[in-house]
Design a protein around this ligand. Structure first.
Ligand code: AMP
Ligand code: ZN
Length: 303
């Protein structure tokens, strides 16, 4: 058993993660969720006073919104679509027979006009766009959503369904860049308060295909994405637990969001990978949160 499997196995043996038979899909117990809630509170505390508008979303978005977001161009391999049975009695009978025979029964499923959300901030832009031109201060949103990415893995940190919390800034280039710089500092203070070892590095997304390599090179060269990395899985490189993204005018152009002076808005976000942060805490402070350092328990308000 390698070390990477062993962290996962320990979490399962302790009853902290419930395996489901599918890689990257887990249930979690009360200890995990208590830490999750503590991290959620700490993120709220870190952004308190900034006046962010709170938005919470279900794990799926409208197919139309998803299409317009351009996600399929860059990450078709991650996307998950929702399909449903829409047939009559006869079709139902046939479906049951197919299932009983162990045959494929998915072929007749119809699109439900829903796509699983790949990143929490994707739901925000069309809503802000609908409101018309931004005010002088632009806008700040505190968003969270379950997210889906089809990347089954044995690493417990790489899940197919996970929760993402983000602060999203929409405004002028100066506002958006100041936000990202500020959050790169705050993100490090956050990790320090949680007692986690970390490094921050420039990063790139796993864009699909041959063109994807160019996209990734460009993202890295322009320093559009930074990550705060914490060693979680033994024997592997550190894991990105926070990311700091600068989209320039990509979403502003896509959704026609404009700043007060009529220019396309720029956007940036800081994203917290919630399960990854919980796993990082369990890794570094031990599987029993009751025995964690007092300062860490206080930061999480674990009581
Ligand atoms: P990204 O949009 O890729 O920067 O993702 C935002 C944050 O979500 C990352 O910094 C991670 O902490 C988290 N994340 C991304 N992919 C996964 C995954 N497969 N499982 C768990 N967390 C993830
Ligand atoms: Zn985002």
């Amino acid at each position: 058993m390698d070390m990477q499997t062993s962290f996962r196995q320990r979490l399962i043996a302790e009853g902290i993660l419930f395996p489901t038979g599918v890689d990257g899909l887990f249930g979690r117990d009360g200890r995990f969720e208590a830490v999750f809630d503590g991290i959620d509170r700490a993120i709220t505390a870190a952004g308190l006073g900034d006046g962010a508008e709170v938005m919470r979303f279900p794990p799926a978005m409208a197919q139309q919104t998803f299409e317009k977001s351009g996600y399929m161009k860059n990450f078709p391999h991650f996307a998950g679509t929702v399909h449903c049975f829409c047939g009559d009695d006869r079709a139902h009978h046939q479906l049951m027979a197919q299932m009983a025979r162990g045959e494929d029964w998915m072929g007749d499923q119809q699109p439900a006009d829903l796509v699983l959300t790949p990143a929490a901030c994707y739901a925000v832009y069309p809503i802000v766009a609908q409101r018309g031109t931004l005010g002088d201060d632009g806008h700040l949103v505190d968003v969270s959503s379950y997210c889906f990415r089809h990347e089954p893995s044995l690493e417990p940190t790489r899940m197919q369904l996970f929760r993402m919390r983000e602060y999203v800034r929409i405004g002028t280039p100066a506002q958006v860049l100041a936000f990202r710089e500020d959050w790169m500092r705050r993100g490090q203070a956050f990790a320090t308060a949680l007692g986690l070892p970390f490094e921050v590095d420039v990063a790139n997304d796993p864009f699909f295909g041959r063109v994807g390599k160019l996209m990734a090179d460009n993202q890295r060269e322009q320093a559009l994405k930074f990550e705060l990395l914490v060693p979680v899985n033994d024997g592997l490189g550190p894991t990105a637990c926070l990311s700091f993204n600068y989209h320039m005018t990509y979403f502003g152009d896509t959704w026609d969001i404009r700043t007060a002076d009529g220019a396309p808005a720029q956007t940036a976000c800081v994203a917290f990978g919630m399960e990854r942060l919980v796993l990082a805490m369990l890794k570094h402070h031990g599987l029993d949160p009751a025995r964690w350092p007092l300062s860490v328990r206080e930061t999480l308000a674990l009581g």
